[in-house]
Design a protein around this ligand. Structure first.
Ligand code: ADP
Ligand code: MG
Length: 240
């Protein structure tokens, strides 16, 4: 589904991604861990072309994407993204938030968009909030709406950048549960998170990033119980 090859990215003179290689197969969940500033956000933003790579290749569903030639709106339909801050439209209802993108970008009919939005809201457990405005929702509910909104574009791949980091602790679980459900349904996902329990339970692969490189990539049991790299061990000792 995703193949990142020899990816490099600098901001000014600072090389933030140094020769990143990562392959994600259909239905796999990859959790990216690493210290703040190690390049996790930049990596997933490059995969979604919110940031433009300097070198290397990004292959999505077998197609090497050329940002100068290819339609990046299409790529971003295939690769959905959920951020730490949900950025829902405040002046639109929950239902309208989820209906908006398919209607504008895909020209889906209002009727069809509504049907699909209600289905997705049911799936994230918020169909009863359809007519409410984001301001009346909890942070966890807002993030679940943001996930439904992203799913409304029918992506094949979902990227999550610290989706629970801005939430009060008691609201983290409901968002993780929604993501677990997506994993069970076979969604291909790359997730940046500090929720190590979630990583252990849900990830097929855990990638540890350090100073712009993937230092170690292994199944969670291996990374957490028997990390090969000293820097992985140091990081885990600090966060676990
Ligand atoms: P992480 O998500 O792991 O915390 P980031 O990918 O956000 O790391 O950042 C990696 C490095 O790139 C950091 O040193 C950060 O300051 C820098 N960086 C990220 N985005 C930009 C930007 N738009 N302009 C300049 N530097 C940036
Ligand atoms: Mg980040």
């Amino acid at each position: 589904m995703i193949r990142v090859q020899n990816l490099k990215k600098s901001f000014g003179s600072v090389e933030v991604l140094k020769d990143i290689n990562l392959t994600v197969k259909q239905g796999e969940v990859v959790v990216l861990i690493g210290a703040s500033g190690s390049g996790k956000s930049t990596l997933i933003r490059c995969i979604n072309f919110l940031e433009m790579k300097d070198a290397g290749e990004i292959v999505i569903e077998g197609k090497s994407i050329n940002p100068k030639k290819d339609d990046l709106t299409k790529v971003r339909q295939t690769v959905g993204m959920v951020f730490q801050h949900f950025n829902l439209f405040p002046h639109k209802s929950v239902l309208e938030n989820v209906m908006e993108a398919p209607m504008i970008v895909k020209k889906t009919s209002r009727e069809e968009a509504k049907k699909e939005a209600l289905h997705l809201l049911a799936k994230v457990g918020l169909v009863d909030k359809a007519n409410m405005y984001p301001s009346s929702l909890s942070g966890g509910q807002k993030q679940r709406v943001a996930i439904a909104r992203s799913l409304a574009m029918k992506p094949d791949i979902m990227l999550f950048d610290e989706p629970t980091s801005a939430l009060d602790p008691e609201l983290v679980g409901e968002v993780l549960e929604t993501m677990k459900q997506l994993a069970r349904e076979g969604m291909t996902m790359i997730i940046v998170t500090h929720e190590m329990g979630f990583a252990k339970e849900v990830a097929d692969w855990v990638a540890f990033m350090h100073q712009g490189k993937i230092i170690e990539l292994a199944p969670p049991a291996e990374i957490f119980n028997n990390p090969k790299e000293e820097r992985t061990r140091e990081f885990l000792n600090r966060v676990l």
